[in-house]
Design a protein around this ligand. Structure first.
Ligand code: AMP
Length: 250
């Protein structure tokens, strides 16, 4: 243990996925800061922003229980005191999650820049659950030579393989069963098979199901050494995303 600072940015509604991030942070540093800030800039729909679950007291207890040394819930004014200097996520920011939610990744980078400037962490911990976000943040940190080490934590799932997400609380028990199709699809060996599995679940409305090269986030090519399946869609209006490394044939 050393004097470094590990930082876990979250939007609250903490679950075991966030706890895994905090526990990883505790392995790295004696000071572990967890932020709770629902960033309006990364929501496209005001409805989604309004519906985002908020319970600060509960979240504070969970974060401290997981080992956080400080839970920080800044106000909007603290994060955006004046004119907002927007960060750009580039072309990749307009694809996949960014295509559905215009400006989402610029909003993510903009808040991360402010949070990093205020916290000045040595390590920042992010989940693989949001793989495109993780990729965009890592690339932005490296391109802008930001002195923070980005640490990735594998996705935490429920016993049936559904990736934990704050949005899962909006699904009924039957819908949560339907959501298992995403994990099943990610265990496929090809993009076609992945899409076939997803199509077998009538409640799942597909946005995208793709195979990407983990190093470029572009299409898989002959040079690809690691590929990953990425899936997004809706169940009863609730947007779900997941991804997994894939030993694909194509
Ligand atoms: P959020 O509060 O949804 O913005 O997420 C905060 C952090 O928790 C992000 O780095 C997410 O990738 C991560 N996270 C969310 N769900 C999971 C999960 N099921 N497993 C691991 N990390 C997660």
């Amino acid at each position: 243990m050393n004097n470094s600072i590990s930082f876990v940015p979250t939007m609250g509604a903490l679950h075991d996925g966030h706890i895994a991030l905090i526990e990883r942070a505790c392995e790295l540093s004696s000071t572990v800061i967890v932020s709770i800030f629902v960033n309006p800039l990364q929501f496209e729909s005001p409805d989604d922003l309004a519906k985002y679950p908020r319970d600060l007291l509960r979240d504070r207890n969970i974060a401290l229980g997981a080992g956080a040394t400080k839970v920080w819930a800044p106000s909007y004014e603290e994060i955006y005191p004046g004119e907002i200097t927007k960060q750009s996520s580039g072309q990749l920011g307009t694809l996949f999650e960014g295509a559905e939610r215009l400006g989402h990744f610029d909003g993510v980078l903009t808040v991360i820049k402010r949070l990093f400037d205020l916290v000045r962490p040595d390590y920042a911990i992010f989940g693989e659950k949001d793989f495109q976000q993780l990729f965009i943040i890592k690339r932005w940190v490296s391109q802008n030579q930001i002195p923070v080490e980005i640490i990735a934590v594998p996705t935490i799932r429920d016993a049936d393989g559904v990736a934990l997400s704050s949005r899962n609380s909006r699904l009924s028990p039957a819908e949560l069963v339907s959501a298992q199709v995403i994990n099943k699809a990610l265990r496929s060996k090809s993009k076609d098979e992945m899409r076939k599995v997803l199509a077998s679940e009538p409640k799942f409305e597909l946005d995208y199901a793709e195979l990407i090269d983990e190093e470029t986030f572009g299409p898989v090519t002959a040079k690809t050494s690691l590929s990953r399946g990425i899936i997004a869609g809706w169940i009863n209006g609730v947007r779900l995303i997941d991804n997994m490394r894939m030993e694909a044939d194509q």
